[in-house]
Design a protein around this ligand. Sequence first.
Ligand code: ASP
Length: 585
Amino acid sequence: MIRTHTCGQLTIKDIGKEVKLAGWVSKIRDHGNILFIDLRDRYGITQIVIDDSDEIQNIGVKPESVISIEGTVVQRPDSTINSKLLTGEIEVKLEKINILNDSHQPLPFEIEDAGSVNENVRLKYRYLDLRRNEIKENIIFRSKFIQSIREFLGKENFLEIETPMLTKSTPEGARDFLVPSRLESGKFYALPQSPQLFKQILMISGFDKYFQVARCFRDEDLRADRQPEFTQIDMEMSFVEQNDIINISEAVVKYAIEKTLDINIETPFPKIKYSEAMEKYGTDKPDISFGFILQNITDYLKKSGLDFIDKIIEKNGIIKAIKIEDGDKISLKDIDNINQFIKEKGGNGIGWIRFKDNDYQSPIKKFLKQDIIENIKTNLNIKSGALILFLGGNPEWVNEILGFIRIQISDKLKIKNPDNKFYFLWIVDFPLFEFSKEENKIVSRHHPFTSPEHESFKNHDNPLNITAQAYDLVLNGTEIGGGSIRIHKKSMQEKIFEILGIKKEDYQEKFGFLLDALSFGAPPHGGIAFGLDRLIMLLKKQDSIREIIAFPKTQKGTCLLSGAPDYVESKQLKDLKIKIDLPEK
Ligand code: ASP
């Protein structure tokens, strides 16, 4: 037996025991004729004390080498008790030491300092980085969180079913990662962007409650916090309505968080409609931990006599404002920065009024009639010291831009989430479609398998007015999950493809297998997927998703540890009948 205990296990109760431990040499402290080693493993640190430091010097123990020891558990002298460690009241008096494996010196970085080391170096030596307590705890937390989800869903009768990795492309709105087929030259598998169609087909097969800790792949240009492969907690259920899925989702999230973080999560989570989210916060993933709600002041500015405002209103535009009670904390310089941002977004600038006692300041003061000011003061409940920022233009643009400004100001004033809580929020009643300027056509807002809300489908005069039976879950201003009730009738699925402008032969070719399946007794069904990485990142209060993934990729999609992606041997390409056609360097 190499070890009898772990390095996090021994306490005062074990005094006198003969033990064997194994682990990594975390620290060596030489106090002349007495030497201490902090021995570390996944579970903790135990101090080893060596009276005869000559002996140890002779074998030459080095930091981060793996050793095993034998010794007796003794109580630490009072002066050396470390109350921060579970093992802090004892130490093990060394009797025998064995170097199991040496560690190369010098190390690329000191393990406990790695938090401040260049991230690329950390990623290259990820095995060392993962020895660090903080990141190790993240990975352990992630594992426990997944276990608690399995536990809960298992009890609720969900089946964990794997779906293929080598598959056909499913549209989730991103580019596919492709894998060439050797046996069918010229053809490609796509790695799944999500298990969407397979989980729907499982419902048609009668499995009625499915989940999977599913790896998904999307070949997108990586924004700050995306990974080309990521993990979803993916669920699907039959014979359910939107509220059933919302309820079970809340229950699983509550269970897993309470179990792993030992805090209380209140359910139900609040719900707001997509349109209300856009109106109030200018985004479909609002952080509701603070105010600064966007307020429509168009009515108070009608007949203002101000040319630029009249023009906006004539063109069916709106004017919206954000009220900042502590207006003094926003300087002219801050307003300049906001103006700069608005100009980048195609606007002219922000209007502002600063209220002080019974007077006010504003660059357009001489144009503002007193009754307008009074109207704004009463309706927005303005007190001395407040600043309002206002912006006019077409409603979507105004909401979006003010939504960004709302966040910028809250960052600047540091008023986000003052009590450090988890603010969950459901967004419901999404539009089924949206107009994509890049593609110059109507596209699905979620994916084309989302069921419309029936009344709005029946009565629509414009597809853009159809509401979806879709819902997103937002946590502290980040979307952490989303799903929908699905279309389960073939005829409806075909209608949706047609509205999307997909030709019959094309949708037959791509989704014929789904349409066939829908025609053999598909039950009503729906589901949701949670972005596990982002959820864990928020729960562990980390700034980057890379801190909670054991082997993350860089923003360029590379794995610095293994060197992927990489060239392959020409024989492999020949087998695949693939020729590389790269421009000469
Ligand atoms: N497949 C969807 C996604 O990956 C989630 C769902 O509708 O269940 O975003």
